[in-house]
Write a protein that binds this ligand. Structure first.
Ligand SMILES: C[S@@+](CC[C@H](N)C(=O)[O-])C[C@H]1O[C@@H](n2cnc3c(N)ncnc32)[C@H](O)[C@@H]1O
Length: 285
C-alpha cells in the first residue's frame, strides 16, 4: 500500500533529491575534468550552481550535469561561477596598514624571503603587496608566488590591466592602507584599462594551483590566503591549514580574510596571533 505523502514529505524529498543531483554533478565534474568541488561549503555552492543553471536556460541540476559533461565551454563558465573571483586592490585597507606595521619589521630581518598568495584571483592583492614592499624598500628581496585554481584569472593577473573605473576606489584604499606616494605613479591608462608597472611583477611567479588537490611547491615566510577558505567546508579547511602549516617556515606569517580564522582547525596552537582583528598569525611550532 502506498504511504500518504504530505507537503512536508514532498519538500524533504525534493531537497534530498537536489542534494543527490548536486553530489552526482560534483562527482561527474571531478571524474571528467579533475576539479574537486565536493568539499566546498554547500549553501554558497548551491546558489552558484543555480545561477549557472539559469544562465544556461536549464531547469535542474541534472540538466546542468549533462551540459557540462558534454561541453567544455559550459564547464569553463561554471568554473568561473564556482570560483568567485571578487577582489580589489588594497582590499580591507586596515589589513595592509597592519601588515606594514607588524610584518614588515620582521621581513626586514631577512636577506631574502618568499611570499605565497594562494587564491590570488585576478591579481589585485599581489600588485598591492608588490607596491607595499616597493615602498618599504623590500621588493628586491622578495619572491612572490601567486596562484589560483582558475587559469583564466591567473592569465588576467599576469597581464596586470585593471578597470580604469575602479582606480578612484583603489586610490582611496591605497591611502587608507598607508600608501606613501601618489597611486597614479603605478599605472598608465592604456588598452582601455589601467596597465600596472611591469616592474611590480618582475619578482612574481604566476601559476595555476589547486589547494584541494595539489601539494605545496616550496617553503614560505608569508602565506596569504584571504577570502578563499570561506568557500570550503570544515574538513577541507582543516586539510588546507595543514598544507599551509607544512609550507611555512618557522616564525612564518599566515594571513587570512576578515571572515576567516584558524580557530577550530585543530592547528591553532601552532600559531600566535599577531593581530586578531586582521587575522595575521605567526607560526611558533
Ligand atoms: C573571492 S576570491 C579572493 C581573492 C583574493 N585573495 C582576495 O582576497 O581579494 C577567491 C579565489 O579563490 C580561488 N579558489 C577557489 N577554490 C580554490 C582552490 N581549490 N585552489 C586555489 N584557489 C581557489 C578562486 O578561483 C578565487 O579566485
Amino acid at each position: 500500500m502506498a504511504l500518504p505523502v504530505t507537503n512536508d514529505d514532498e519538500r524533504t524529498t525534493a531537497a534530498e533529491l537536489e542534494n543527490l543531483e548536486i553530489e552526482l554533478l560534483l562527482e561527474g565534474i571531478y571524474r571528467r575534468y579533475g576539479f574537486d568541488f565536493r568539499e566546498y561549503a554547500p549553501a554558497s555552492l548551491r546558489r552558484r550552481l543555480w545561477r549557472r543553471i539559469h544562465a544556461e536556460g536549464l531547469g535542474s541540476v541534472s540538466g546542468l550535469q549533462e551540459r557540462v559533461l558534454h561541453n567544455a565551454n559550459s564547464m569553463e563558465s561554471l568554473l568561473l561561477d564556482l570560483s568567485v573571483n571578487v577582489t580589489a586592490m588594497f582590499r580591507d585597507p586596515s589589513f595592509y596598514r597592519e601588515f606594514r606595521e607588524r610584518v614588515v619589521p620582521l621581513l626586514r630581518t631577512y636577506p631574502f624571503f618568499r611570499i605565497w598568495h594562494a587564491g590570488c584571483s585576478t591579481g589585485e592583492e599581489v600588485y598591492s603587496m608588490a607596491i607595499l614592499l616597493e615602498e618599504e624598500g623590500l621588493y628586491e628581496r622578495a619572491r612572490i608566488y601567486a596562484t589560483d585554481i582558475n587559469e583564466v584569472v591567473v592569465h588576467r593577473a599576469r597581464a596586470g590591466i585593471f578597470p580604469l573605473e575602479r582606480m578612484q576606489e583603489y586610490t582611496e584604499n591605497y591611502i587608507r592602507a598607508g600608501g606613501t606616494r601618489s597611486f597614479s605613479e603605478y599605472y598608465l591608462a592604456k588598452y582601455e584599462g589601467a596597465l600596472f608597472d611591469r616592474k611590480l611583477t618582475e619578482n612574481v611567479v604566476w601559476a595555476p594551483h589547486n589547494l584541494v588537490q595539489d601539494r605545496s611547491f616550496n617553503t614560505f615566510n608569508v602565506i596569504l590566503c584571504r577570502n578563499v577558505m570561506i568557500y570550503f567546508d570544515r574538513a577541507l579547511q582543516t586539510r588546507v591549514h595543514q598544507l599551509f602549516h607544512d609550507s611555512l617556515e618557522r616564525f612564518g606569517i599566515l594571513a587570512l580574510g576578515h571572515k576567516e580564522s584558524i580557530r577550530f582547525t585543530g592547528i591553532e596552537n601552532a600559531y600566535e596571533e599577531l593581530d586578531a582583528l586582521e587575522r595575521i598569525y605567526r607560526k611558533v611550532r
